[in-house]
Structures are given as structure tokens and as C-alpha cells.
Design a protein around this ligand. Structure first.
Ligand code: DAH
Length: 357
């Protein structure tokens, strides 16, 4: 640096501005601040030397000195703002999580991509079989009124058949008027009502969905489970159409070495009614714990739609006839994949879950 003298003020100023521009960190700026513009600075020494000047010289030199100090101070503040921004950016860069590395294919990661669960896969496979047989896939609500879950299905209040379904009632409206559907059969009522309203008969549809029963889970039952309902309403439909449909479905889904059979049964919404069963896949018909030693597993129920149900939805049962069926999707998964205990479906044990990816 040149001699400390007011004659060299321009040079001093230029040196100071260069020094400010060369500051490379906030830390350096703070350390050097007082030597650049503070008490220990050239500018302060020059300020002191003003005392030896004449008043006119002092005024003139004082103004120049003030101007220099303003320029250096401004440059220093600008540099401070720059350095702060630079350092903030560096911190952000250092802290940034590179998610590409976390889930990228080259780095082993604790996160596995998910995959559809066994129930969803089974439901899709069942839908595919039925779509191939000419059925549409429809949907229905999981919360139902008493009318849809029971009454329109030919179970008036206090009908003993209501006891076939251990019902969860919701605390909504009058007591025992809103339920978690105990089966997918109420979707039949919705579909038929809609078809009547829209003048859209015939109906050939399947309706998969979740159902709920106040049941204690065991090897064959879950309290929240899945069914798929089927309904055909058309002209001249007979029990033979129903039996043929069940048989075609069983073979398409389980394969030719699994037999199915219909046994007389009772459901309030069908007449006649039947239960349909397939060979237990766990023991191949020999008898085991899963099938209670019978060699057969009940998949669901079916029958010809009762005229009382047609009357409830306003379908003329002298023109139209139909059949319906409903069975467990979880039960199908259990049989197709030979799962001895259905509770494995909800245990979330990854050793089980991963077998179906
Ligand atoms: N909803 C009955 C159940 O959950 C199964 C069933 C039986 C459905 C006969 C039907 C049917 O559509 O016609 O136990």
C-alpha cells in the first residue's frame, strides 16, 4: 500500500476496494472489517491527520475522505450480502438429500417398491373370468340401509334369516337402520332398481367388494372380507343357466382338476337356493382341518331370484327371471393358493406378502 497520506487518497481507496472484492468468506470479512473501514483503518488514520490542515484544506479533504469511506463501506456491505448468499447456497447444497441415490437402481435401499396384494390380484382374475363370460363389472356402497342389506332381499324386520349375518350397525339415524353391508347382495337391489328406472333390462353383472360381519376370525373367516356377487336378469333364465355358469367359472378359475357341486341351501332372496362347494385344495378332497374333514370348501351361495325380490324393485316376474350368486374372494384366494389359514391374508407378514409379488 502507498504511504499513508491524503495525497494518495485515491490510491488508498482503490486498494481498499480491491481488498473488499478479494474477501472470500464471511469470516474473513468480519475479521478484516475494522482494518478496512473501522478504527484501525487507513481512512481513520487519515481522518486524524486532518487536524494539521488549514480550515479550507480540512473542509476539502474531509469531504473527499467522507466520499472514500462511503464507497468502501458500500462495497463492503454489498460484499457481505454476496458472501451470505453464497454460504447459504453452499449449506443447502450440502444438506440436500439426493433421492435418486436412495431409490435409484444402483444403490441398495431399505425401500422396496410395493405390488398389488393377493386379494386385489384375485379380484381382478375373477373379474376377468366373468367379463369373458359376458358379465359387466359394477360397484356398490359398503355402508347400506336396512332396506338394501335385508328388507328388499326378502328379509323384513325381525325375519329369522337376518340371524344368518352377524351385523355391524352404525350409530346413524334410528337404531339398527344403517349397517356395514354383511354381503354384496344389496348391490343386486341397486342394480335392479337402476335398470328399472333407466329401462335397461336385461342385466348380466358381477359386483366385487368388501363386506363386514361381527365374526371372530378363524382359519376360514375374517370379520372384514370380500365377496363377488353375480346377477343375471333376462328372459327364460333357468336353474340350468345358473349351474352352467358356476361350473364354467370354477373350471376357468381353479382349473379342470377341481370339482364343484351344488347342494340344496336356503337364502331368503333366492328360490330355489343352493350352496356351492369346490374340492378342498389344501387336502385335494382327503379331509383336513381347513375343510373340517369334509374334503369340500363352501365358496358361496346361489339360486333363482325370488319373486318377492323382483316385486321389491318393481320387476315383473312373469316376464323376467334370473339367478344370482355370491361367494368369497378371500376364500377363492385361499383355495387357489392353498393358504391353510385365512388370517395370513391380514397378518402383514412380509414372508407371506412377498410370495404374491
Ligand atoms: N349373500 C349370501 C351370503 O353372503 C350369498 C348369496 C347366496 C348370494 C345366494 C346370492 C345368492 O346372490 O343368490 O351368504
Amino acid at each position: 500500500m502507498s504511504d499513508v497520506s491524503l495525497d494518495n487518497l485515491d490510491q488508498h481507496t482503490a486498494d481498499l476496494l480491491n481488498a473488499v472484492a478479494a474477501l472470500s468468506s464471511l469470516e474473513e470479512l468480519v475479521t478484516r472489517e475494522s482494518s478496512l473501514v473501522g478504527k484501525r483503518s487507513v481512512l481513520s488514520s487519515l481522518q486524524k491527520s486532518l487536524g494539521g490542515l488549514t480550515p479550507d484544506e480540512r473542509r476539502d479533504a474531509g469531504a473527499r475522505l467522507q466520499e472514500s469511506r462511503r464507497r468502501v463501506t458500500e462495497a463492503l456491505e454489498a460484499r457481505r450480502v454476496d458472501l451470505e448468499a453464497q454460504e447459504r447456497r453452499a449449506t443447502l447444497d450440502a444438506d440436500r438429500l439426493d433421492l435418486g441415490d436412495v431409490v435409484g437402481p444402483t444403490v441398495s435401499s431399505p425401500l422396496e417398491p410395493g405390488h398389488p396384494g393377493i386379494i386385489a390380484v384375485t379380484q381382478l382374475a375373477l373379474e376377468e373370468v366373468f367379463v369373458g363370460m359376458g358379465f359387466r363389472v359394477e360397484d356398490g356402497p359398503e355402508v347400506e340401509s336396512d332396506w338394501y342389506n335385508f328388507e328388499a332381499l326378502n328379509m323384513p324386520p325381525a325375519h329369522p334369516a337376518r340371524g344368518m349375518w352377524d351385523t355391524f350397525y352404525l350409530e346413524m339415524g334410528e337404531p339398527e337402520t344403517v349397517v356395514l353391508r354383511t354381503h354384496t347382495s344389496p348391490t343386486q337391489i341397486h342394480l335392479m332398481e337402476r335398470a328399472v328406472r333407466d329401462d335397461a333390462l336385461p342385466i348380466h353383472a358381477v359386483m366385487p367388494g368388501r363386506c363386514f360381519r361381527r365374526d371372530t376370525p378363524d382359519a376360514r373367516h375374517l370379520a372384514a372380507f370380500h365377496q363377488i356377487e353375480g346377477i343375471v336378469v333376462d328372459r327364460d333364465i333357468t336353474f340350468a343357466d345358473l349351474a352352467g355358469t358356476i361350473d364354467a367359472f370354477t373350471r376357468a378359475y381353479f382349473g379342470p382338476d377341481i370339482d364343484s357341486r351344488l347342494r340344496p341351501g336356503y337364502f331368503p332372496f333366492t328360490e330355489p337356493s343352493a350352496e356351492f362347494e369346490i374340492t378342498c385344495t389344501i387336502c385335494r378332497g382327503e379331509g383336513c382341518r381347513t375343510c373340517s374333514q369334509t374334503g369340500w370348501i363352501e365358496l358361496g351361495g346361489c339360486g333363482m331370484i325370488d319373486p318377492a325380490v323382483f316385486a321389491a324393485v318393481g320387476i315383473d316376474s312373469t316376464t323376467w327371471s334370473g339367478f344370482a350368486f355370491g361367494f368369497g374372494i378371500d376364500r377363492c384366494a385361499q383355495m387357489r393358493h392353498e393358504i391353510a389359514d385365512m388370517r395370513a391374508l391380514i397378518d402383514n407378514d412380509l414372508r407371506f406378502v412377498r410370495q404374491f409379488s
